[in-house]
Design a protein around this ligand. Structure first.
Ligand code: OAD
Length: 251
Protein backbone atom coordinates (compact mmCIF):
# COMPACT_ATOMS: atom_id res chain seq x y z
CA UNK A 1 0.00 0.00 0.00
CA UNK A 2 2.76 2.43 0.90
CA UNK A 3 4.57 1.44 -2.32
CA UNK A 4 1.48 2.39 -4.29
CA UNK A 5 1.17 5.65 -2.34
CA UNK A 6 4.80 6.47 -3.17
CA UNK A 7 4.23 5.61 -6.84
CA UNK A 8 1.20 7.93 -6.94
CA UNK A 9 3.06 10.78 -5.26
CA UNK A 10 6.04 10.40 -7.63
CA UNK A 11 3.73 10.13 -10.62
CA UNK A 12 1.93 13.34 -9.68
CA UNK A 13 4.91 15.46 -8.61
CA UNK A 14 5.95 18.22 -10.99
CA UNK A 15 9.46 18.72 -9.60
CA UNK A 16 11.32 15.98 -7.79
CA UNK A 17 14.52 16.37 -5.79
CA UNK A 18 16.30 13.27 -4.52
CA UNK A 19 18.90 13.09 -1.74
CA UNK A 20 20.96 9.93 -1.52
CA UNK A 21 23.50 8.61 0.97
CA UNK A 22 25.78 5.64 1.39
CA UNK A 23 22.87 3.22 1.86
CA UNK A 24 21.98 3.37 -1.84
CA UNK A 25 25.40 1.84 -2.62
CA UNK A 26 25.30 -0.75 0.19
CA UNK A 27 23.81 -3.38 -2.14
CA UNK A 28 26.78 -2.79 -4.48
CA UNK A 29 29.09 -3.94 -1.69
CA UNK A 30 30.26 -0.40 -0.83
CA UNK A 31 30.52 0.10 2.94
CA UNK A 32 28.35 2.76 4.56
CA UNK A 33 29.75 5.04 7.27
CA UNK A 34 27.59 4.42 10.31
CA UNK A 35 26.13 0.94 10.01
CA UNK A 36 27.23 -1.04 13.06
CA UNK A 37 30.28 -3.31 12.45
CA UNK A 38 30.54 -2.73 8.68
CA UNK A 39 30.40 1.09 8.51
CA UNK A 40 33.70 2.98 8.03
CA UNK A 41 33.17 5.12 11.11
CA UNK A 42 32.32 2.05 13.18
CA UNK A 43 35.83 0.76 12.40
CA UNK A 44 37.99 3.83 11.84
CA UNK A 45 38.45 7.28 13.35
CA UNK A 46 37.07 9.88 10.92
CA UNK A 47 39.39 12.56 12.33
CA UNK A 48 42.38 10.42 11.41
CA UNK A 49 41.19 9.58 7.89
CA UNK A 50 38.94 12.42 6.79
CA UNK A 51 40.31 15.71 8.09
CA UNK A 52 43.14 18.16 7.33
CA UNK A 53 44.73 17.31 10.69
CA UNK A 54 44.69 13.60 9.88
CA UNK A 55 46.22 14.19 6.42
CA UNK A 56 48.95 16.39 7.91
CA UNK A 57 49.74 13.80 10.59
CA UNK A 58 49.97 10.83 8.21
CA UNK A 59 49.41 11.62 4.51
CA UNK A 60 50.29 8.06 3.44
CA UNK A 61 47.71 6.48 5.74
CA UNK A 62 44.95 8.76 4.46
CA UNK A 63 46.06 8.31 0.86
CA UNK A 64 46.13 4.48 1.05
CA UNK A 65 42.72 4.36 2.75
CA UNK A 66 41.07 6.43 0.01
CA UNK A 67 42.87 4.61 -2.80
CA UNK A 68 41.74 1.25 -1.40
CA UNK A 69 38.16 2.60 -1.43
CA UNK A 70 38.68 3.93 -4.97
CA UNK A 71 39.84 0.51 -6.20
CA UNK A 72 36.84 -1.11 -4.53
CA UNK A 73 34.48 1.28 -6.27
CA UNK A 74 36.06 1.26 -9.73
CA UNK A 75 37.17 -2.38 -9.96
CA UNK A 76 34.69 -4.31 -7.84
CA UNK A 77 31.43 -2.40 -7.29
CA UNK A 78 28.69 -2.26 -9.90
CA UNK A 79 25.57 -0.08 -9.83
CA UNK A 80 22.68 -1.94 -8.20
CA UNK A 81 18.93 -2.03 -8.84
CA UNK A 82 18.46 1.08 -6.67
CA UNK A 83 20.88 3.18 -8.74
CA UNK A 84 19.25 1.95 -11.95
CA UNK A 85 15.75 2.69 -10.62
CA UNK A 86 16.69 6.28 -9.78
CA UNK A 87 18.05 6.70 -13.32
CA UNK A 88 14.78 5.33 -14.62
CA UNK A 89 12.67 7.73 -12.54
CA UNK A 90 14.78 10.58 -13.96
CA UNK A 91 13.73 9.44 -17.44
CA UNK A 92 10.08 8.96 -16.47
CA UNK A 93 9.49 12.30 -14.77
CA UNK A 94 10.00 15.78 -16.31
CA UNK A 95 12.05 17.52 -13.59
CA UNK A 96 14.30 15.32 -11.48
CA UNK A 97 17.45 16.45 -9.66
CA UNK A 98 19.64 13.97 -7.86
CA UNK A 99 21.75 15.29 -4.99
CA UNK A 100 24.16 12.74 -3.58
CA UNK A 101 26.49 12.64 -0.61
CA UNK A 102 28.21 9.66 -2.22
CA UNK A 103 31.63 10.01 -3.78
CA UNK A 104 31.52 6.69 -5.66
CA UNK A 105 30.00 7.81 -9.02
CA UNK A 106 27.73 4.75 -9.05
CA UNK A 107 24.73 6.95 -9.85
CA UNK A 108 26.33 8.04 -13.13
CA UNK A 109 27.38 4.48 -13.90
CA UNK A 110 23.79 3.42 -13.17
CA UNK A 111 22.53 5.84 -15.82
CA UNK A 112 21.70 9.02 -13.88
CA UNK A 113 22.37 12.17 -15.90
CA UNK A 114 21.83 15.10 -13.62
CA UNK A 115 23.88 14.43 -10.46
CA UNK A 116 24.98 17.02 -7.91
CA UNK A 117 27.92 15.86 -5.78
CA UNK A 118 27.70 17.50 -2.36
CA UNK A 119 30.72 15.68 -0.90
CA UNK A 120 32.94 15.49 -3.99
CA UNK A 121 34.10 12.51 -6.04
CA UNK A 122 36.70 9.91 -5.11
CA UNK A 123 37.79 9.58 -8.76
CA UNK A 124 39.04 13.18 -8.88
CA UNK A 125 42.16 14.70 -7.33
CA UNK A 126 43.55 18.10 -6.49
CA UNK A 127 46.54 19.60 -4.73
CA UNK A 128 45.92 20.14 -1.04
CA UNK A 129 48.07 23.28 -1.14
CA UNK A 130 47.34 25.18 -4.39
CA UNK A 131 44.09 23.50 -5.45
CA UNK A 132 45.28 22.52 -8.95
CA UNK A 133 43.37 19.51 -10.29
CA UNK A 134 45.31 16.40 -11.31
CA UNK A 135 44.67 13.32 -13.45
CA UNK A 136 46.60 10.46 -11.91
CA UNK A 137 47.97 7.32 -13.54
CA UNK A 138 47.24 4.02 -11.85
CA UNK A 139 50.82 3.76 -10.51
CA UNK A 140 50.40 7.12 -8.79
CA UNK A 141 47.08 6.05 -7.30
CA UNK A 142 48.49 2.82 -5.90
CA UNK A 143 51.64 4.46 -4.48
CA UNK A 144 52.13 4.34 -0.72
CA UNK A 145 52.30 8.14 -0.41
CA UNK A 146 50.28 10.88 -2.14
CA UNK A 147 51.87 12.16 -5.38
CA UNK A 148 53.32 15.70 -5.35
CA UNK A 149 51.68 18.53 -7.24
CA UNK A 150 53.53 19.33 -10.48
CA UNK A 151 52.88 23.08 -9.91
CA UNK A 152 53.74 23.66 -6.26
CA UNK A 153 55.03 20.37 -4.84
CA UNK A 154 52.16 20.09 -2.35
CA UNK A 155 50.51 16.75 -1.62
CA UNK A 156 47.73 15.65 -3.97
CA UNK A 157 44.53 14.44 -2.32
CA UNK A 158 41.19 12.98 -3.41
CA UNK A 159 38.57 15.63 -4.21
CA UNK A 160 36.23 14.63 -1.41
CA UNK A 161 35.00 16.83 1.42
CA UNK A 162 36.65 16.22 4.79
CA UNK A 163 35.28 17.05 8.22
CA UNK A 164 35.68 20.75 8.91
CA UNK A 165 35.79 21.66 5.20
CA UNK A 166 33.21 23.60 3.24
CA UNK A 167 31.04 21.90 0.70
CA UNK A 168 31.67 22.93 -2.93
CA UNK A 169 29.66 26.12 -3.40
CA UNK A 170 28.15 25.40 -6.85
CA UNK A 171 26.90 22.01 -5.60
CA UNK A 172 25.52 23.59 -2.42
CA UNK A 173 23.67 26.26 -4.38
CA UNK A 174 22.24 23.76 -6.84
CA UNK A 175 21.16 21.40 -4.04
CA UNK A 176 19.44 24.19 -2.11
CA UNK A 177 17.68 25.41 -5.20
CA UNK A 178 16.44 21.89 -5.92
CA UNK A 179 15.17 21.47 -2.34
CA UNK A 180 13.48 24.87 -2.26
CA UNK A 181 11.72 24.43 -5.58
CA UNK A 182 10.66 20.76 -5.51
CA UNK A 183 7.21 19.53 -4.62
CA UNK A 184 8.51 16.08 -3.70
CA UNK A 185 11.76 15.10 -2.06
CA UNK A 186 12.81 11.47 -2.22
CA UNK A 187 15.43 10.55 0.38
CA UNK A 188 17.30 7.28 -0.04
CA UNK A 189 19.85 5.56 2.19
CA UNK A 190 21.09 8.33 4.45
CA UNK A 191 21.30 8.39 8.24
CA UNK A 192 20.41 12.11 8.09
CA UNK A 193 22.96 13.16 10.70
CA UNK A 194 25.55 15.01 8.59
CA UNK A 195 24.80 18.66 7.96
CA UNK A 196 24.23 20.65 5.84
CA UNK A 197 23.09 17.75 3.58
CA UNK A 198 20.64 16.50 6.21
CA UNK A 199 18.95 19.92 6.18
CA UNK A 200 17.71 19.49 2.61
CA UNK A 201 14.57 17.41 3.36
CA UNK A 202 13.59 19.95 6.04
CA UNK A 203 14.10 22.83 3.60
CA UNK A 204 11.86 21.05 1.10
CA UNK A 205 9.20 20.27 3.70
CA UNK A 206 9.13 23.86 4.96
CA UNK A 207 8.34 24.93 1.38
CA UNK A 208 5.43 22.48 1.29
CA UNK A 209 7.04 19.49 -0.41
CA UNK A 210 6.12 15.89 0.32
CA UNK A 211 9.05 13.87 1.70
CA UNK A 212 9.46 10.13 1.06
CA UNK A 213 12.22 8.27 2.90
CA UNK A 214 13.59 4.84 1.96
CA UNK A 215 15.86 3.20 4.53
CA UNK A 216 15.84 -0.17 6.30
CA UNK A 217 16.47 1.67 9.60
CA UNK A 218 14.51 4.62 10.98
CA UNK A 219 16.32 7.97 11.04
CA UNK A 220 15.53 11.60 11.86
CA UNK A 221 14.35 11.88 8.24
CA UNK A 222 12.01 8.89 8.43
CA UNK A 223 10.47 10.55 11.50
CA UNK A 224 9.70 13.79 9.69
CA UNK A 225 8.83 12.18 6.31
CA UNK A 226 5.34 12.16 4.87
CA UNK A 227 5.92 8.54 3.87
CA UNK A 228 8.56 6.19 5.29
CA UNK A 229 9.28 3.01 3.36
CA UNK A 230 11.41 0.69 5.48
CA UNK A 231 13.61 -1.58 3.37
CA UNK A 232 16.63 -1.73 1.06
CA UNK A 233 16.53 0.76 -1.81
CA UNK A 234 17.48 -1.93 -4.35
CA UNK A 235 14.20 -3.68 -3.51
CA UNK A 236 11.84 -0.79 -2.74
CA UNK A 237 12.70 1.51 -5.68
CA UNK A 238 12.07 -1.11 -8.42
CA UNK A 239 8.74 -1.95 -6.73
CA UNK A 240 7.75 1.72 -6.89
CA UNK A 241 8.66 1.84 -10.59
CA UNK A 242 6.57 -1.27 -11.32
CA UNK A 243 3.60 0.38 -9.63
CA UNK A 244 4.15 3.61 -11.55
CA UNK A 245 4.24 1.69 -14.82
CA UNK A 246 1.22 -0.45 -13.95
CA UNK A 247 -0.80 2.62 -13.05
CA UNK A 248 0.45 4.55 -16.10
CA UNK A 249 2.00 7.18 -13.83
CA UNK A 250 5.25 7.56 -15.73
CA UNK A 251 4.59 10.62 -17.85
P1 OAD B 1 25.60 6.63 6.81
O1 OAD B 1 26.54 5.49 6.89
O2 OAD B 1 25.61 7.62 7.91
O3 OAD B 1 24.10 6.09 6.67
C1 OAD B 1 23.78 5.09 5.75
C2 OAD B 1 22.30 4.86 5.84
O4 OAD B 1 21.96 3.90 4.84
C3 OAD B 1 21.84 4.27 7.18
O5 OAD B 1 20.74 5.03 7.67
C4 OAD B 1 21.42 2.84 6.83
O6 OAD B 1 20.32 2.38 7.62
C5 OAD B 1 21.02 3.01 5.38
N1 OAD B 1 21.10 1.77 4.58
C6 OAD B 1 21.87 0.67 4.77
N2 OAD B 1 21.65 -0.23 3.80
C7 OAD B 1 20.72 0.30 2.97
C8 OAD B 1 20.05 -0.15 1.79
N3 OAD B 1 20.31 -1.34 1.24
N4 OAD B 1 19.15 0.67 1.21
C9 OAD B 1 18.86 1.88 1.73
N5 OAD B 1 19.46 2.35 2.85
C10 OAD B 1 20.36 1.58 3.46
O7 OAD B 1 25.86 7.32 5.38
P2 OAD B 1 25.45 8.79 4.91
O8 OAD B 1 24.13 9.17 5.46
O9 OAD B 1 25.64 8.81 3.45
O10 OAD B 1 30.65 12.32 4.50
O11 OAD B 1 26.57 9.64 5.60
C11 OAD B 1 26.64 11.00 5.34
C12 OAD B 1 28.09 11.44 5.26
O12 OAD B 1 28.78 11.02 6.44
C13 OAD B 1 28.88 10.80 4.13
O13 OAD B 1 28.70 11.44 2.90
C14 OAD B 1 30.29 10.95 4.62
C15 OAD B 1 30.11 10.54 6.06
O14 OAD B 1 31.03 11.08 6.95
C16 OAD B 1 31.86 12.66 4.08
O15 OAD B 1 32.71 11.83 3.81
C17 OAD B 1 32.04 14.12 3.95
Amino acid sequence: MTILAAARLLGQAQKIACLTGAGVSAESGVATFRDPQTGHWARFDPQQLASQAGFAADPGLVWRWYMERLLGVTQRAQPNAGHRALAEIEQMRPHFTLVTQNVDNLHERGGSQNVIHLHGEITRFHCNRCGRTHDLKEAEQTAAEPPRCTSCGGPVRPSVVWFGENLPLPAMNAAWQAAESCDLMLVVGTSGVVYPAAQLPFVAQERGAVVIDINPEPSPISEMATLYLPGPSGVILPQIISQMQEAGLGE
